[in-house]
Every structure is written in C-alpha cells, then in structure tokens.
Write a protein that binds this ligand. Structure first.
Ligand code: KIV
Ligand code: ZN
Length: 513
C-alpha cells in the first residue's frame, strides 16, 4: 500500500506574510472553507499570538472547519503557545505549531541565545504544548542552515517531549534539491526516535527551487508532510506551491509512489480565490493554474492534441478545475439560484442583509453584463459593501470627463465612517484624476507602489476589470482590489479598499521577526 503524503497549507499564515497580502477575517474564512473543500490535511490558519485580529481569525476558522486539522503557529514560549491553544479550543482537530531558530546565525545574531538555551526552550515549549493538545508540530527555523549534530539533538529531545511532526524549513530558500534531501536523510538517521514523528519540509522559493527541494525532501529525505501555499504565495519569492506539488506527486505516482487526499478539481477555484482576494495576480505561464497552462498555441501541438490528447498533455485541464470557467447566471436568475451558486462556491454570507446586498449587486452587474461567471460572483462578494465588516471608506458614485486634448477631470463621492464627502481633481488620465479626487479629501500621504488592471474573465471587452492598488504608508504595505465593468470605478474601489486595509489592522508580530 502506498504511503500518504500530508498536505499542510500555510496560505493563511506564511502566505499572508507577503507584503500587501493581508486578508480580513471574512476573506480568511472563505479561503479556509475552500481549502477544506480542496481536502488539505492541515490548514495553518494564522499566528494567534501575533495580534488580536489573528487570534480571532484562527478562532473563527477553528470553529467552522471540521474535516481538516486547523493549526496555529506559536513561538517557543508559554504565552504564544497558550494563545494558540485558546484560539484552537473549538477545533474538531487542532494542532499547535511551535518553532525556534536553530542555525548558528539565527541563534547568535537574532535570538542572542546559546545553543543550550535554544535546546532547553524548544524542549520546554513542546512539553507545554503537549499539555494543551495531542497534535504538536515543532519547526527548527532556518533548519537547513543548522549544524546537523545540534539539530539532531534538538529533534530527538522534542520528539521525546511528544512532538508528533518535525519540520525542517529552508527558511531563506538556500537549499539545492539533492543537498536538502540528503540533509534530511542524514538528520533522520542521526535521530534515534525519528520513527515516532512525521517529518515535514517547508521550503521558500528564493532561488526558484521550493517545489524541487520539497520533492527531494520527500523522495530522498523521507518526509511525509509538505508545507505549501496556494499559488506559491509568500514572503519574498514565496513558498512552495501547493498546486505544483500535488500535481507532480499525482502525475508522477510511478516515481513517488505516494497518495495525496486532495480533490484536484478544487485547485483552480482555490487559486482564483486567493488571487482575487490578495490581488496577487497569477502569471499566465504558471504551471497548473496559469491561464496558458493548458493552452496549445503552436499548430503542431494543436494538431497533436486533437489527434490524441496525451501527445502534448500530461494532465487534464478539467482534473484541476479548469472547467469551472462556465457561464453560471444571467439577468433572469433569481435570488435562490444566486444563493445556491454562492453556496457551491463556498461563500457563506453571514446574514440575510448581506445576501440581499450581494443579490442587488449581482442584478446591477447583470444589467450591464450579459454573462455572469463564477469569477464575477467571487469578485462581487469580495466587495466590501456586501460583507459584514464595517469598513471606514466606501464608494458612492464617480463621474469623470475625458476628451482628446483635454486634461481629464473626476468627481468622486465616497463615505468615511458613514459620512459623505465629495472630492474633485484633474489628472493625467481618468484613473489618475479619480484617485487624486479621493486623495484631495483623504490626504492619506500613502505612496502608490503598484497599479494593475486585469480582465476577470478573458475573451471579451465586456469583462469586468479587476484593479489592484498597492499602497505603502509608515512602513505598512497593503493591496486593495476592486472590480467593475468600468475600470475607472474599479480603480476607485481598489483605492478605497487599500485605504481601508491601511487603517484597519493592528501591527502584528512577524513569525521570522
Ligand atoms: O520559514 C520558516 O522557517 C517558517 C517557520 C516559522 C515554520 O515559516
Ligand atoms: Zn516559512
């Protein structure tokens, strides 16, 4: 019988550490539900001790997710572990994931601790965590750059204290596949009680090898858990990408001989949801989930695929959920059909009021756009005016005038804490004028780092434009996303959404800080 490979998704924790990718509680809940539909084994829901907001997110996810294990990160101290345990109280299956750095560089320069102190703190942390929960994971941060003998001593001790999973991260993405796999193999050999824990890999993508390193950790090093994120979301160059790992292990089962429990048809919907929520666009040539991943452009390839699919296709597009791109609703669809589609998409609006607001938005959109796709619905419910969260800024209306040879002018009516304001300004183009109009009143002082527009569904100029705006202020970087068939309106929505994020979350402690 083949072994099972555990898929540990950390989109909501390590993925969210990516500058600008911070998500609201409702957004995280929606993604957690999609991860459950995807059948990931473990969902790392956040870092409960890092802020009250994160605590509430972990708690909310722990209370609703039943089929996947819900996990919270915690530094190796009693306070963090206590917060994680409290947040996980309602979980059907909960895991505490505690970590401390073990590389000479991190111990000396960051922690300012001796190896003996780190050893003792790791041991006591796992002991404390095991008093709260049966399922405890220990991570040796910067594990790959640690000294093997010391790391083996720490792993042996934490397994003795009851750690059930041992994770050896390549925190800075420095590893090379063969070397990482060998490192893990040797380490496991040096740990006398290694068979009493599941070994896990967690690779960052700084040299573009996170997926290759993780697979080498499995094949050569004997790991049976991979930590990964949807679309490879994560700090710097990101984490190991879930979709690539899963499809590699499934497509090359002849080589890996491992089973994964993932429902692969949910991969593309998950990818879209994460991309639309965070504003991190998926590159068209990205493996598995990129728009071109299954598009055959050359005549020879098209001819081959028409004659026999497997001439050029090693996976089937529908197996990873590409067929989800279908017309779902139109102008005549009723409230019940809309509600049912929301349920199928895993969108749980919390009150009747929210469903009514979303339905009104849907009708408005259907008047302007004849075919409504799943992506349109997801964009629409991501709109802050239909979610329960009380947002500071909201768009009421926008008008703009642009004519060849004239400087464009815009007037934007918006609310701040429920009070209506009107801003007007000129700009280089209608988008610039609209954002200037908002700023003429708000005076946020934020720096615009990125502005991008994408068509939500391809193939027609009738598509909604999805705009991402990245703002920076006082060291905080946030992304705002807005969608509308009118890209100037989408831009204003995205700008206000970014302002909401800039002014909402309290500062949090970074896991690798
Ligand atoms: O990259 C890393 O080392 C981590 C740990 C906190 C698990 O994310
Ligand atoms: Zn990490």
């Amino acid at each position: 019988m083949a072994d099972q490979l555990i898929i540990f998704d950390t989109t909501l924790r390590d993925g969210e550490q990516s500058p600008g990718a911070s998500m609201t509680r409702d957004e995280k809940l929606r993604i957690a539900r999609q991860l459950e539909r995807l059948k990931v084994d473990v969902i790392e829901a956040g870092f409960a001790a890092s802020s009250n907001g994160d605590f509430e997110c972990v708690q909310a996810i722990a209370n609703v997710i039943k089929d996947s294990t819900v996990c919270s990160l915690a530094r190796a101290n009693d306070r963090d572990i206590g917060r994680a345990a409290d947040a996980l109280k309602g979980a059907a299956r909960g895991r505490i994931h505690t970590f401390i750095a073990t590389s000479p560089l991190h111990m000396e320069k960051k922690l300012r601790m001796t190896p003996d102190e780190v050893f003792e703190q790791a041991r006591l942390a796992v002991r404390f965590a095991r008093n709260q929960r049966d399922d405890v994971e220990f991570s040796a941060e910067d594990g790959y750059r640690s000294e093997l003998g010391f790391l083996a001593r720490v792993c042996e001790a934490v397994i003795k204290e009851g750690a059930t999973t041992i994770n050896i991260p390549d925190t800075v993405g420095y590893a090379i596949p063969e070397l990482y796999g060998e490192f893990l193999r040797k380490l496991r050999e040096m740990v006398p009680n290694s068979d009493q824990a599941v070994w896990s890999v967690h690779c960052h993508n700084d040299l573009g090898m996170a997926v290759a390193n993780s697979l080498a950790g499995v094949k050569l090093g004997g790991a049976r858990q991979i930590e990964c994120t949807i679309n490879g979301l994560g700090e710097r160059a990101g984490n190991c990408s879930l979709e690539e790992i899963v499809m590699a292990v499934k497509t090359r089962r002849d080589y890996f001989g491992l089973d994964v429990g993932i429902d692969t048809a949910q991969i593309v919907p998950a990818s879209r949801m994460v991309s639309q929520t965070t504003g991190f666009v998926v590159q068209p040539n990205k493996a598995v989930v990129g728009a071109n991943a299954f598009a055959h452009a050359s005549g020879i390839h098209q001819d081959g695929v028409l004659k026999a699919r497997d001439t050029y296709e090693i996976m089937r597009a529908e197996d990873v959920g590409w067929s989800a791109n279908k017309i779902v609703l139109g102008k005549l669809s009723g409230r019940n059909a809309f509600k049912q589609r929301l349920q199928e998409l895993g969108v749980m609006l919390e009150s009747e009021g929210e469903i009514m607001a979303a339905f009104a938005k849907f009708k408005e959109l259907a008047d302007r756009k004849s075919e409504i796709f799943d992506e349109d619905i997801l964009a629409l419910v991501g709109d802050e005016s239909v979610t329960a969260e009380k947002e500071q800024y909201g768009l009421i209306s926008l008008s703009q005038r642009s004519e060849t040879g004239e400087r464009p002018h815009a007037e934007v009516v918006f609310t701040i804490d429920g009070v209506e304001y009107k801003g007007s300004a000129d700009g280089n183009g209608p988008v610039d004028a609209s954002l200037n109009a908002i700023e003429s009143h708000v005076k946020s002082g934020a720096e615009l780092l990125l502005y991008s527009v994408n068509a939500i569904t391809s193939g027609s100029t009738e598509s909604q434009g999805e705009v991402t705006v990245r703002l920076q202020n006082s060291g905080r970087v946030v992304n705002g996303v807005g969608a509308d068939p009118d890209i100037v309106v989408a831009s204003a929505k995205a700008y206000l959404s970014a302002l909401n994020k800039l002014h909402s979350k309290a500062d949090r402690v970074a896991a690798q800080g």
